[in-house]
Design a protein around this ligand. Structure first.
Ligand SMILES: Cc1ncc(COP(=O)(O)O)c(C=O)c1O
Length: 542
């Protein structure tokens, strides 16, 4: 082993009962000479192709090394376990397998969103109601992904489906290309609940963050966009920089897509989440060129944890001092902790805020809301300087009906829904962490409240390499030296699917449709998965 620090960490892993086992470490270190996880040689792609060829064989598939592949410190090779899980999965899902084969002939990788395209193939969903989805093979799957966290009331809640059914029954709901009362009423409701002077609707969170950034750049006449390393704001040009962890020396510094211009890459400044000192340093360095700092009050896909009040207050103060705009990306946090924005709980008003997911009630609705003088840059009084005005399907009638119905329902039932979601989220954390701890495996759920944001219904499950590892944000949860990222992402997902439980990023969200019995079921499933992990490790030790 080349790096003696790795050994220290790994030994501590054994001592603290985490997944790091001395024998496995030796094997893993040797395997790393031959293996890299992911990429075109992903083992589960091989399992899938064996299944589809009709000859599912049990042989473990060795990964081949890519030239110059980085060595991850203390990385564990989960190939054998993944293969074992995938073979069981393939055997129990023949219809999804067949559909997947068809899908890959017309769709890239068989679908349209990478997070849905689980390896070796995703369960193809036939129906969805409440906390559950049913797949083509008849599995009733307890779902914690819930429409990318959009379904705060669970799948297809009656309050929304009834409103839509009535509209369609009355012969309305499809796009007219004109405007109506519904658009006015939905905008009034949104503005009132999020303390905004103006709003404009669009169809996705991605477009909302892109327009917000354009508005900020036009308003300030500056070009730099500051964002948090690992923060996801959708696949728009500035959002595609600093998402993937990259290297230990320079985390979150790369572009996450080819095809971006060098100019865009150079316009993004990345700073760590929940680190007010580094934020202050960055503003000192380039503050006079920063158009905006875009940040989530609850960082979603990168870590699933709240911003500290110190961090967000520093952000507000630094933006003001340096003449930059503060944009809250509330695509995940909006209407998640209360029937309105999360920024209000911090007592902070951003210049602009972006909303999507929950506000759409399961339909594609997003909005930029905030200061009138900034949003008016898209309006005729300011010469329509920012082209935030397109979108054939923006303010779509059926979508806005779902949005207005959903937001009104959340406002009317705020006192019941949110405290219950928070308490269920805490129960999920206790059940999941407890299940892994019982098998001596160190696991942490990230969505704990911080005194400003309550305990979150959204949780990410991570496997820290040390009990003492700080988990401050994506800089820790996505760092393979701090957490076993592959275990939390891929292995847990497949293992839980075999238990008819669907999670993404290790876990996901509870909704108003989840019950205590569902949380118990999740806990029991995690117990079996944890036992399986422990058993696999012990088997390897023999
Ligand atoms: C915080 C955040 N911002 C923006 C987006 C992009 O939203 P959409 O997927 O609706 O384009 C997402 C999507 O997951 C998100 O989590």
């Amino acid at each position: 082993m080349e790096d003696s620090d790795d050994l220290g960490e790994l030994a501590e892993g054994v001592a603290t009962g985490s997944l790091l086992e001395a024998r496995q470490v030796e094997t893993a270190d040797r395997d790393l000479e031959q293996a890299t996880v992911g990429g075109p040689t992903h083992p589960l792609r091989r399992v899938r192709s064996l299944a589809l060829g009709g000859t599912l064989r049990g042989a473990a598939v060795r990964l081949r090394v890519r030239e110059g592949a980085p060595r991850l410190p203390a990385a564990i090779d989960h190939t054998l376990l993944l293969n074992e899980l995938a073979q069981e999965y393939v055997a129990r899902s023949p219809r999804s397998a067949a559909l997947n084969e068809r899908a890959t002939r017309s769709l890239v990788d068989g679908g349209s969103h990478a997070l849905r395209l689980i390896e070796p193939f995703p369960p193809r969903i036939a129906s969805a109601k409440g906390a559950y989805v049913r797949d083509e093979d008849g599995h009733e799957i307890l779902d914690f992904w819930q429409g990318h966290y959009a379904n705060l009331l669970g799948h297809n809640p009656e309050v929304v489906t009834t409103a839509l059914a009535r509209a369609f029954e009355a012969g309305v709901g499809l796009q007219t290309g004109l405007t109506d009362r519904l658009e006015v009423e939905t905008a009034e409701l949104l503005c009132e609940r999020v303390g905004a002077e103006r709003a404009r609707f669009t169809t996705s969170g991605t477009l909302a963050t892109m327009y917000a950034i354009l508005l900020a750049r036009a308003s300030t006449g500056r070009s730099l966009v500051m964002k948090v390393g690992g923060g996801w704001h959708g696949a728009q040009p500035w959002g595609l920089v600093g998402v993937g962890f990259g290297s230990q020396d320079a985390p979150f510094q790369g572009a996450d897509s080819e095809g971006l211009s060098a100019a865009v890459r150079g316009e993004v400044v990345v700073t760590p989440f929940n680190d007010p000192d580094r934020l202050s340093d960055e503003f000192r360095r380039v503050g006079d060129r920063v158009a905006c700092f875009i940040v989530e009050p609850f960082v979603g896909s990168g870590a699933g944890m709240p911003a500290s009040p110190e961090f967000l207050h520093a952000a507000r103060e630094l933006c003001d001092r340096h003449g930059a705009l503060l944009i809250f990306d509330e695509v995940i946090s909006g209407f998640r902790f209360r029937a309105g924005d999360a920024g209000a709980l911090f007592g902070i008003r951003p210049d602009l805020a972006c909303f999507a997911k929950v506000i759409g009630g399961g339909m594609p609705v997003a909005a930029v809301a905030g200061r009138a003088d900034v949003l008016e840059l898209a309006g005729r009084t300011k010469g329509r300087r920012v082209r935030f005005s397109g979108g054939t399907y923006s303010a779509h009638p059926a979508s806005l009906l779902a949005a207005k119905t959903m937001m009104s329902h959340l406002v009317a039932h705020e006192g019941e829904i949110y405290p219950r979601l928070s308490s269920l989220g805490a129960k999920v954390r206790a059940a999941v962490e407890g299940a892994f701890a019982a098998e001596g495996i160190l696991a942490r759920c990230t969505g704990r409240g911080n005194g400003v944001l309550p305990d979150s219904p959204v949780n990410m499950l991570v496997f820290p390499r040390r009990a003492s590892s700080p988990l401050r944000g994506p800089q820790d949860t996505r760092n393979p030296a701090v957490c076993d990222v592959a275990l939390g992402e891929e292995v847990v997902q497949l293992a839980l699917l075999l238990e008819d439980v669907h999670v993404v990023h290790g876990l996901g969200t509870v909704t108003a449709a989840h019950t205590e019995a569902d949380v118990e079921r999740l806990g029991e499933a995690c117990c079996r998965v944890a036992r399986r992990f422990r058993y696999t490790l012990n088997k390897r030790r023999v």
